[in-house]
Structures are given as structure tokens and as C-alpha cells.
Write a protein that binds this ligand. Structure first.
Ligand code: ATP
Ligand code: MG
Length: 137
């Protein structure tokens, strides 16, 4: 079974949406095999989003990710990476399909409630940044 890395972002934890988002995840057939609520450090956020370092929104993105608690997760299932991106919906909630997490809950293109890995290589790197192997069950 494939694994993907997920973050429930500060805009969602702030509005007490962790359970509602987990319900959408589980209803889609993905299993939450690791989960913890943390306050990301600025260094962790900068490392996590290093591929976006040159983008104009990088500073805003890092400020947002450290602005409140996040829930980091590992999700497991058949085709978990693609399935979770489908469940999340488009980056900009204005373009997200009905029933997706971002359509249901996101506030804006920046404060868009969730992150999901975009490929097997990035999933492996992202999972390893936040979880030890024995924390994933
Ligand atoms: P994520 O990587 O969080 O799953 P994504 O892959 O759909 O989202 P990316 O293009 O990788 O989108 O951008 C990473 C994150 O950066 C977005 O989820 C969003 O929080 C933020 N972001 C992207 N575009 C913008 C923008 N134009 N303005 C502000 N923030 C943005
Ligand atoms: Mg991305």
C-alpha cells in the first residue's frame, strides 16, 4: 500500500476542523497510520517548503505555517498520493471540486487547510522529516 504525507494547516486547526477533515480522509478510504499535532518551527517550515524558496509567496507561506498548530499525518491506501490530492481539491479553493476538503473548508489559495505530497519521492522525504519509522502503525 502507498503512503502519503498530509498536513492539516493552521487555518483549519484554528477553526477546530481536524475531525471534520479526518472524516473526509477516512471516508475516501485512506487510513491515518500516524498523526501528531505540533507547532512547526520556522526552520522546519523553510525546509519543508524549500522548493518554493524563490516564489513570491514563500515568506507569507512560512509565516502562515508557523502561525498556529498543525496536524502532521501519514495516510495509507491504494494510490494514496493521487487519491489524497483528489480528496484535497485544487490549490485555490475557487477552483476546487464539490466535496473536496479545500472546497468545503479552505479560506484562500494560501490558507488552504491541507497539504498532500505530490509524488512518491517527495512523500518519502516529507514523511521522514516528521516521523520515525516506529511511529507509523
Ligand atoms: P500543497 O503543496 O500545500 O499540497 P499544492 O501542491 O496544491 O499545495 P503548491 O503550488 O505546491 O500547491 O503550493 C504550496 C502551498 O503554497 C499551497 O498549498 C499554498 O498554501 C501556498 N501557495 C501556493 N500558491 C500561492 C499563492 N499564489 N499565494 C499564496 N500562497 C500560495
Ligand atoms: Mg505542492
Amino acid at each position: 500500500l502507498e503512503r502519503t504525507f498530509s498536513i492539516i494547516k493552521p487555518d483549519a486547526t484554528e477553526r477546530n476542523l481536524t475531525g471534520a477533515i479526518n472524516a473526509v480522509i477516512e471516508k475516501a478510504g485512506l487510513r491515518i497510520v500516524a498523526q501528531k499535532r505540533i507547532r512547526m518551527t520556522r526552520e522546519q517550515a523553510e525546509t519543508f517548503y524549500a522548493v518554493h524558496r524563490e516564489r513570491p509567496f514563500f515568506g507569507e507561506l512560512v509565516d502562515f505555517m508557523v502561525s498556529g498548530p498543525v496536524v502532521v499525518q501519514v495516510l495509507e491506501g491504494e494510490g494514496a498520493i493521487a487519491k489524497y490530492r483528489e480528496v484535497m481539491g485544487a490549490t485555490n479553493p475557487a477552483n476546487a471540486a464539490e466535496g473536496t476538503i479545500r472546497k468545503l473548508f479552505a479560506k484562500s489559495v494560501g490558507e488552504n487547510s491541507v497539504h498532500g505530497s505530490d509524488a512518491p519521492e517527495t512523500a518519502a522525504v516529507e514523511i521522514a522529516q516528521f516521523f520515525a519509522g516506529n511511529e507509523i502503525v
